[in-house]
Design a protein around this ligand. Structure first.
Ligand code: SP5
Ligand code: ZN
Length: 340
């Protein structure tokens, strides 16, 4: 399989507010390095990502947000702030009518949804490269007709049109889906199998019928991102009926997970999608340090085989997965199921 990757992720390792302490994030460079070496060992072919087209990025994210992300670290430093990463400390509350603030500290709250990540010196370069990986992989898939994998880092599915959070800054899955549409598809499905609900991706396409969003994830009543991912979120306007959430409780095993997959794949089939983007998180793994499902390394292969049986062209983008000792094997297992 063609793997699209970049070295530029290494300049980004965020801090994270975890249990009230600022720690080095669970989402670190070792993740992509270990996936990369496992894929090389498994004999996959690597291709360098192309730089992302600014117009493509501007069709997924707001201009204000992109300008903010590009300049946030420099503005944070020159504000005299001493923290290791640029983070917000106050957020718009229910019932408010937020006007975008002018200074960096206000904008950090306005443009973020969570304090589990920050803007670091290398974040913009890494996030741009990650989005470029997704676009390159999607273009390669549409032009070759065969499955491709984007080794995206940082991940993207929690990023909305104008907010970072959940270790995500630019929405790589949305970039991939929009690329496939731009290449001529009428409708694209996004199947999000990460442990966490893809609230950013849902939000970007919530009122659109050209992208179907289907997500299997931990119930937001008990898991991050908490404020989206319930089963009654079905889309609005033209997007009504094109959003499908399948929340599951802590402790969910592979059998239960596969039952939910059947329901999700039925939505993909009835929407008559021309292609599929998979947001691949392997944080459903039994030993993931921040998650509570019980899937094994071996389970990722039949999971992918079942998705492959849809017969759709597929582009995979990497999302979460924090059990670094197994992350390479888990991704290799999934991709072996996609290859047949
Ligand atoms: C892309 C992705 O998988 N993002 C997930 C972001 C989750 N961030 C908040 C996690 C909070 C987990 N707290 C568990 C603490 C264990 N010590
Ligand atoms: Zn996740």
């Amino acid at each position: 399989m063609q793997i699209v990757a970049s070295e530029l992720h290494r300049g980004h390792h965020s801090v994270e507010l975890d249990g009230g302490q600022l720690i080095e994030s669970w989402e670190g460079p070792a993740r992509a390095d270990l996936i990369g070496s496992a894929l090389r060992a498994a004999g996959h072919d690597f291709i360098e990502a192309q730089p992302i087209d600014p117009a493509l990025l501007g069709s997924v994210h707001s201009a204000d947000y992109l300008e903010f992300l590009a300049t946030a670290w420099a503005r944070w430093e020159s504000s005299g702030a001493k923290g290791p990463g640029a983070m917000g400390f106050t957020w718009p509350v229910r019932g408010s009518h937020p006007v975008r603030p002018r200074d960096i500290h206000g904008q950090l709250g306005f443009h973020s949804s969570a304090a589990d990540c920050a803007v670091m010196p290398g974040t913009w370069t890494a996030a741009l490269a990650s989005a470029g990986i997704a676009a390159t992989a999607a273009q390669l898939m549409t032009r070759s007709g065969s499955t491709t994998y984007g080794l995206c880092r940082p991940p993207g599915h929690h990023s909305t049109a104008d907010q970072f959070g959940g270790y995500c800054y630019l929405n790589n899955a949305a970039v991939a889906a929009q690329t496939v549409l731009n290449e001529g598809a009428s409708r694209v499905g996004i199947l999000d199998v990460d442990y966490h609900h893809g609230n950013g991706t849902q939000s970007i396409f919530y009122d659109r019928s050209d992208v179907l969003f289907v997500s299997l994830h931990a119930d937001p009543l008990t898991s991050f991102p908490y404020f989206a991912g319930n089963a009654d979120e079905k889309g609005v306007g033209r997007g009504a009926g094109f959003n499908h959430n399948l929340p599951m409780p802590h402790g969910t095993n592979f059998d239960t997970w596969m039952d939910a997959l059947e329901v999700g794949l039925a939505s993909v089939e009835s929407a008559r999608c021309d292609a599929l983007v998979i947001s691949l998180g392997v944080d459903t793994y039994e030993h993931d340090p921040i998650s509570r499902f019980t899937l094994t390394t071996a389970d990722y292969q039949p999971m992918a085989s079942r998705i492959r049986a849809l017969g759709l062209p597929i582009v995979v983008v990497q999302e979460g997965g924090y059990a670094v000792e197994a992350i390479g094997d888990n991704v290799v297992s999934f991709l072996s199921g996609l290859s047949g």
